[in-house]
Design a protein around this ligand. Structure first.
Ligand code: PLP
Length: 403
């Protein structure tokens, strides 16, 4: 049985149009639709189970605290991490900003260098530019191979003992290319640099085990993993988190407060100032359990199968130019000769097909590809051949309109 055999369309209410037709949703790389199991978990947490965490003396709050900490365990388990190494954040963006503002400010000095890549999402570029402007570090940019992978041979040549951090995407949100993380880690660690992996697109598409990957930081968002918005996670090695100063102050992150001096709670609480996103954490855990139940290897196989069929179908249309590698993890970027991606997106919408068109928060990559924008079809575990057929029909209609 394939993944799709297990996923009934009606378990994802967002996959239907208001009149009950199937919506060909091909924008899961932006955000994934939610299964009932996640929606129900959030509704219960906001409804009959609702109370604050970590503070209340009454039993509902104690139960909610247990549920919140169980959610942390479930999300950590998804990536093979330990719960005390898992900080809840607002998303991958905030997780990367946390590392930049806390670890970065404490550890980076003028003269140090960090290595990013051409294909990074803006959320793995801009936080480092803010730190560069504050500390005087230099940012180097690793090029790509011809088929759109981060070029690790080039990284090997570029890395020096001045490099303190390598921050790469595990899966490109535009090209779908998958990074050889263990090799990137080996290269970085050989010069003494730490490694941050932006796992935002990877966690929903591949099995992830931070121990096997060997990285130091791993950042991701719940909403791309069929979970709620407003929550994500930073996993980091315990010894790194222990040594990192807080980056936001407030309730919950302290040990003792006086006007003279405040001491910090241990991680992960040190990095979770204020009342947390309680219901969202519980929905995040439900999503993590859901993808594990489906099997991430099976999801990966399902999505790479859809990519292969899509690339083959689009490859037969002369006006289509495809980007990224053949073995992309669930993402196909393309352009249509003579048609702006925004126009394509608008016409496809009339056909109940939702794609993303634009720069995908990866403007340096667009510059590298020599285009202002691409169209992107990205898959989730609920997509099947009918979605590809609808996409192809919509592209052919668009070409007829523009002919
Ligand atoms: C590769 C990658 N990194 C980071 C992000 C930022 O995620 P969020 O907006 O959920 O914080 C995204 C979202 O598109 C992404 O695709």
């Amino acid at each position: 049985m394939t993944v799709i055999d297990h996923v009934r369309a009606d378990a994802f209410p967002g996959l239907l149009t208001p009149d009950g037709a199937r919506w060909h949703y091909l924008d899961s790389a932006a955000t994934a639709q939610k299964p009932d199991i996640v929606i129900d978990a959030v509704a219960r947490a906001l409804g009959p189970d609702y109370a604050t965490v970590h503070r209340g003396l009454y039993s509902r709050s104690a139960d909610m605290t247990l549920a919140y900490e169980a959610a942390r365990r479930a999300v950590a388990a998804l990536i093979g991490g330990a719960e005390h190494e898992l900080v809840f954040t607002r998303g991958a963006t905030e997780a990367i900003n946390l590392v930049a503002q806390s670890w970065g400010v404490a550890n980076l000095r003028a003269g140090d260098r960090i290595l990013l890549s051409v294909l990074e999402h803006h959320s793995n570029i801009v936080p480092w530019q803010l730190i560069r402007d504050r500390t005087g570090i230099a940012i180097d940019v690793c090029p790509l191979t011809a088929d759109g992978h981060i070029d690790l041979d080039a990284a090997e040549r570029m890395l020096t003992p001045a490099h303190k951090l390598v921050a790469f995407a595990h899966v490109s949100n535009v090209l779908g290319s998958v990074l050889d993380v263990p090799r990137a880690v080996a290269l970085a660690h050989a010069v003494g640099a730490k490694v941050l992996i932006d796992g935002c697109q990877a966690v929903a598409r591949l099995p992830v085990d931070v121990a096997a990957l060997g990285c130091d930081f791993y950042a991701f968002s719940a909403h791309k993993l069929y979970g709620p918005t407003g929550i994500g996670a930073l996993w980091a090695r315990a010894e790194l988190l222990d040594a990192m100063p807080p980056w936001q102050g407030g309730g919950s992150m302290i040990d003792k407060v006086t006007f003279a001096r405040t001491t910090w709670a241990p991680p992960p609480q040190r990095f979770e100032a204020g009342t947390p996103a309680i219901a969202e954490a519980i929905g995040f855990a439900a999503a993590a359990r859901y993808v594990q139940d489906q099997g991430l290897a099976a999801i990966h196989a399902h999505e790479t199968g859809l990519v292969a069929k899509t690339r083959a179908a689009l490859g037969r249309i002369n006006a289509v130019r495809l980007y990224g590698p053949e073995d992309s993890a669930g993402i196909v970027s393309f352009t249509l000769e003579g048609v702006h991606p925004h126009d394509l997106g608008t016409i496809l919408d009339e056909e109940n097909v939702a794609i993303r068109a634009g720069h995908h928060c990866a403007q340096p990559l667009m510059a590298e590809l020599g285009v202002p924008a691409t169209a992107r079809a990205s898959f989730g575990l609920y997509n099947d051949d009918t979605d590809i057929a609808a996409l192809v029909r919509g592209i052919e209609r668009t070409l007829r309109i523009f002919a």
